[in-house]
Design a binder for this molecule. Structure first.
Ligand SMILES: *[C@@H]1O[C@H](CO)[C@@H](O)[C@H](O)[C@H]1NC(C)=O
Ligand SMILES: *[C@@H]1O[C@H](CO)[C@@H](O)[C@H](O)[C@H]1NC(C)=O
Ligand SMILES: *[C@@H]1O[C@H](CO)[C@@H](O)[C@H](O)[C@H]1NC(C)=O
Length: 501
């Protein structure tokens, strides 16, 4: 599984010159406001990315087979679900079931998620709820193959720049990057917030696996960009590519945003969580405060709205959860990203004991735990890109020794076979499964916060993880201050006004 370290000095794009958009293929201009304006843009391509790839790499055939496969899988589940007594469901479930345009069987996770996650103390503001609702209406009106979409697209094809605003529809097209699943989810959530703020419709490039991993989030419509969209017709789309750090900074300026208002199609490819930079744009500030009175809940609510595991992934999640985690009194998620530290396992256990997350073991008395009454159980779920050593060490500690409290600790980890290249979507399904299972933990412990998988997991679960801290020898770990993803240093994309030289 690809889980590279986050580039912690964010803001410096790591650009591979071979895979970058060649300037021969597209029009690039000097990043000045006046020249941007004089282009009379039809379309702007924005890259808020640490890694970039050319458009030709991005374009692949839509995975029609996979979609069929997951529909087939859902039919099987559909039968089983209908046998259940519908009126057993909770009040909220019944209410959600009435949402027209979202049928239950095609996306079970949307209705069953509350069985696996603790209810959050955070409630979405009624303003946010109303905005989501308004967004859904807009998406339905402007979504793929509606007459508004067709006419906006026709204008693009004809190079007609007049009155594009008549249909009232403008779009932000999110391109799949080749990054890890976690990074893609972070950037997609950011793009959705941008769409909400600018009243654009978010269209997602399907790529090979998006439909395999996620349900459609919006009723009566699709969030997938139709494959007919002329993304690769360079002659048609005259691009303005913002691909340097400085040019990206222009995007996060008031002036840049004002200019983009005039362009109906905005293509965006990003590899990071750029929400913090949206907070730096003053025209969005007030709206953001109303949407998210508690700032650390941004990803939590966006994520809950957007990311519902598709049925095939939901099966992986729920079967694993039922088999290994469901019966425990408490679930502890541990994500191990191997670093230079040698005594990682000792530190994890010490952190757990110090903060009463995990019990101490009794290495002296070897009291059989059958002697202890009222046993409680904890299930530890280990997610790690490394070979089995760390997982086995933790498991063996709790197998070879009783705990002083008498608690029973079981330690689990999904098997890690080396998957062939042909099974790339299986790899992503497993990554999504691990993210989801971690997000269902009661307590989350991570060796490093710089992993997009970890960020999505704690962001979705509304969890503040405990993070191992090599320098703090008293507590061994410190609790993260926020549940928001943290990969981006604040201000690393902040507004920077560029003037003509
Ligand atoms: C379904 O649930 C309702 C109310 O809880 C109950 O009255 C009814 O008998 C149940 N039906 C079946 C088939 O279990
Ligand atoms: C939009 O165009 C597509 C084909 O390009 C067509 O199938 C569809 O019916 C059109 N939608 C409307 C509302 O006319
Ligand atoms: C480690 O702990 C020290 C002291 O509690 C704290 O100042 C520092 O920020 C922590 N480092 C990390 C990476 O959390």
């Amino acid at each position: 599984m690809k889980r590279g370290k986050k580039n912690s000095d964010a803001g410096e794009p790591v650009t591979n010159p071979d895979t970058r958009i060649g300037s021969s293929e597209v029009d690039t201009v000097k990043p000045s406001l006046s020249s941007m304006k004089s282009m009379g843009l039809l379309l702007a391509v924005l890259m808020v990315a640490s890694v970039m790839f050319s458009l030709s790499v991005v374009l692949r055939d839509p995975p029609s087979d996979d979609a069929v496969e997951s529909v087939a899988a859902s039919r099987v589940l559909q039968l089983r679900f209908h046998q259940a007594n519908e009126s057993d469901g909770e009040e909220s479930e019944k209410k959600e079931h009435l949402v027209p345009g979202l049928d239950k069987e095609s996306c079970l996770s949307r209705y069953e998620a509350s069985l696996y996650r603790k209810e959050s103390t955070f409630k979405q503001s009624s303003y946010l709820e109303a905005r989501f609702k308004r967004y859904q209406d807009l998406h339905r009106r402007c979504g793929p193959f509606t007459s508004s979409y067709n006419s906006t697209l026709d204008k693009l094809k004809l190079g007609d720049r007049s009155d594009w605003g008549v249909s009232g529809c403008s779009y932000v097209i999110w391109l799949n990057s080749d990054g890890e699943l976690g990074s893609r989810m972070l950037s997609l959530a950011s793009a959705f917030l941008y769409a909400l703020l600018t009243k654009r419709v978010l269209l997602v490039e399907q790529g090979v696996e998006m439909a395999d991993l996620f349900c459609e989030p919006f009723p009566h419509t699709s969030w997938f960009l139709p494959s007919e969209f002329p993304l690769n017709e360079q002659s048609l789309l005259r691009h303005l590519v913002l691909d340097s750090t400085d040019q990206q900074k222009l995007f996060f300026c008031e002036e840049g945003q004002a200019l983009l208002k005039e362009t109906p199609w905005l293509i965006l490819k990003a590899d990071s969580y750029f929400v913090p930079s949206l907070f730096s744009i003053s025209s969005f500030e007030q709206e953001l405060e109303k949407l998210f009175p508690v700032k650390e809940t941004v990803f939590y609510f966006l994520g809950q709205h957007l990311f519902h595991p598709a049925n095939v992934v939901w099966g992986l999640i729920t079967r694993y959860y039922s088999a290994y985690l469901a019966r425990a009194d408490q679930r502890i998620g541990i994500h191990i990203e191997v670093s230079g530290t040698t005594n990682l396992v000792e530190q994890i256990l010490a952190c757990g004991v110090r903060h009463e997350l995990l019990p101490e073991v009794d290495k002296e008395r070897h009291l059989p735990s059958s002697q202890v009454l009222n046993r409680k159980s904890k299930a530890v779920f280990v997610s790690s890109s490394s070979p089995g050593y760390y997982f086995e060490s933790i498991r063996d500690v709790y197998w070879e020794n009783p705990t002083v409290t008498g608690e029973v600790i079981s330690v689990h980890r999904p098997s890690h076979k080396e998957y062939q290249k042909t099974q790339r979507n299986m790899e992503s399904r497993r990554a999504w499964t691990e993210i989801y299972l971690l997000s269902c933990s009661d307590v989350l412990m991570v060796t490093s916060p710089w992993s997009s998988l970890v960020e999505v997991a704690h962001g979705l679960g509304g969890l503040k993880p405990w993070v191992l801290n090599e320098t703090d020898h008293d507590s061994f770990c410190t609790r993260a201050r926020s549940m928001e993803p943290c990969s981006q240093k604040p201000g690393s994309h902040g507004c920077k006004i560029l003037r003509d030289e």
